[in-house]
Design a protein around this ligand. Structure first.
Ligand SMILES: Cc1cc2nc3c(=O)[nH]c(=O)nc-3n(C[C@H](O)[C@H](O)[C@H](O)COP(=O)(O)OP(=O)(O)OC[C@H]3O[C@@H](n4cnc5c(N)ncnc54)[C@H](O)[C@@H]3O)c2cc1C
Length: 454
């Protein structure tokens, strides 16, 4: 009789889960395990909003496992000693996991693999990307830094595997290991500010798949245009589900392709939707090939960018949605109340912070990391560096979003701003925090300083 530990991390689902699937095919007993690991980049250490999501996602996974007679084992602490203890206690001979691609997790996993090898067979898989980051390279074997050729090469390479089915059985071991109660892991805040935020979401594998199936026929065809208008339900809102692995990108692409076969007239929108999943893929690809970008810009000239010295006051007004620019304030309030912000508005608020207010992109990235339910190291870093003009395939530095013009174009009836700013037409609403024209010129002058050094 063989026992396998399946160490779940950012793959909180039962279907299309290669580690779980292969463990079930190979071993007689399965111990699904989640560890609240103190590694700073681990899924349980990101921001407060995503920790609240994680709580519900683990609860959902445990419920699904219990429904088929197994359960989730929860542990807290450094991963290696926990795995070693569990192996000793259960006699497990196999450990399975799906890869996580940030530099710290990769180093941790490599070390754990080496340490466990003498006593255990360790198997790792790709469950969160369409392809491995090292599989798609330029002709000279270096990584792409521009999205369009990357995505073309990815499409040419193809997606290697179809999504895997739910394992037929996930047999439980005769002796269940001890597990901590979920509540003791402290993922929910002590003062329960999260209840309002979580009321906007349904968490878990089933909800994620349902959301995809609701989105494709209703909004998939018009996605290319509608995705820019924050008042409309024009995007899939799958990002937190993809981040926690409640659904895989392969599942998303597979079902989109199937839908496309049934509804060819929706091709433009559906292909564009798959391309956005490609941007997620590109974010992970860049993080893998350029791990220093977690902290520093890909464009090294920005190491010496003359950011503002004292920005505490403006930062606080930006965070609270009190800048006096309605589209910015609506976005920042949407973020605070729901844990999510529309992509177009993410770009506008990031541009105001890094360009008009000259606050370092890392400061904005940190705020998003703490407040987004989809906070994701790879996509967040890519998004911030793209807007700040210092990342891969970045918006040119001189492209400074004008929040007033953006609002006129993408929220022409003011529906979005009214939704989030009830006091908009009253004297309680503040005056603009900064002069757009003067601050734009100041930013461009600073940029020309570093351009000289390039
Ligand atoms: C400054 C900034 C910060 C961002 N931070 C994050 C983050 O922490 N986590 C995160 O998941 N996304 C981030 N994004 C990307 C994007 O805003 C969100 O993925 C998107 O808004 C999620 O909504 P949706 O699921 O409705 O997207 P849809 O438009 O329905 O797209 C489907 C999926 O494609 C992926 N995707 C779409 N656009 C992008 C993009 N530009 N970059 C990477 N992946 C994309 C997401 O996984 C998304 O769920 C950021 C963008 C910016 C400009």
């Amino acid at each position: 009789m063989t026992t396998a530990i399946v160490w779940l991390r950012q793959d909180l689902r039962l279907t299309d889960n290669p580690a779980l699937y292969h463990a079930c095919r190979t071993c007689d007993h399965i111990i699904p395990l989640f560890i609240d690991d103190p590694l700073p980049t681990s899924v349980s250490q990101l921001g407060a909003a995503s920790r609240a999501w994680l709580h519900h996602s683990l609860q959902d996974l445990d419920t699904r496992l219990q429904a088929i007679g197994n359960r989730l084992t929860l542990q807290q602490g450094a991963a290696l000693p926990i795995l070693q203890k569990l192996i000793a206690a259960t006699g497990a001979t196999h450990v399975y996991w799906n890869r996580v691609y940030d530099p710290q997790s990769l180093a941790r996993d490599k070390h754990i693999k080496e340490a466990l090898k003498p006593s255990c067979a360790v198997h790792s898989f790709n469950a969160s990307l369409l392809n491995e980051p090292w599989e798609v390279l330029k002709a000279d074997s270096t990584p792409y830094k521009v999205f369009t050729p990357f995505w073309k090469a990815m499409l040419k390479h193809g997606i290697q595997h179809l999504p895997l089915p739910l394992p037929e059985r996930i047999p439980t071991p005769p002796l269940q290991p001890e597990s901590l109660p979920l509540e003791t892991l402290g993922f929910l805040p002590r003062i329960r500010w999260d209840t309002g935020m979580m009321a906007h979401w349904q968490v878990g594998e089933e909800a994620a798949m349902q959301k995809l199936h609701d989105f494709l026929p209703t909004h998939g065809g018009a996605y290319k245009e509608a995705r820019n208008f924050p008042a409309q339900p024009g995007t899939a809102r799958l990002s937190p589900h993809l981040h926690f692995g409640e659904i895989s990108p392969r599942q998303a692409v597979y079902h989109t392709e199937r839908h496309l076969a049934e509804q060819p007239s929706a091709e433009n929108g559906l292909r564009h939707f798959m391309q956005e999943i490609g941007w997620r893929e590109f974010a992970y690809y860049l993080l893998y090939h350029f791990p220093h970008t977690v902290e520093r810009a890909l464009d090294a000239r920005f190491d010496h960018f003359p950011w503002a010295d004292n920005y505490t006051d403006v930062l606080e007004r930006w965070q609270r949605g009190q800048t006096g620019f309605p589209i910015i304030d609506a976005g920042m309030r949407e973020l605070w109340q729901t844990g999510w912000m529309h992509n177009r508005v993410r770009m506008i608020v990031a541009s105001l912070l890094t360009k008009n207010l000259l606050v370092p992109w890392q400061v904005g990235e940190q705020w998003f990391r703490d407040t987004l339910v989809d906070a994701d190291l790879a996509s967040n870093v890519l998004g911030w560096q793209w807007v700040a003009g210092c990342g891969a395939d970045a918006a040119p530095y001189f492209r400074i979003f004008n929040p007033t013009l953006q609002e006129q174009t993408f929220d022409p009836d003011g529906e979005y701003i009214r939704r989030w700013i009830p006091e908009l037409q009253t004297r309680d609403y503040p005056l603009p925090i900064v002069d757009l024209k003067a601050s734009r010129e100041r930013a461009l002058a600073k940029f020309s300083q570093i351009k000289m050094t390039g």
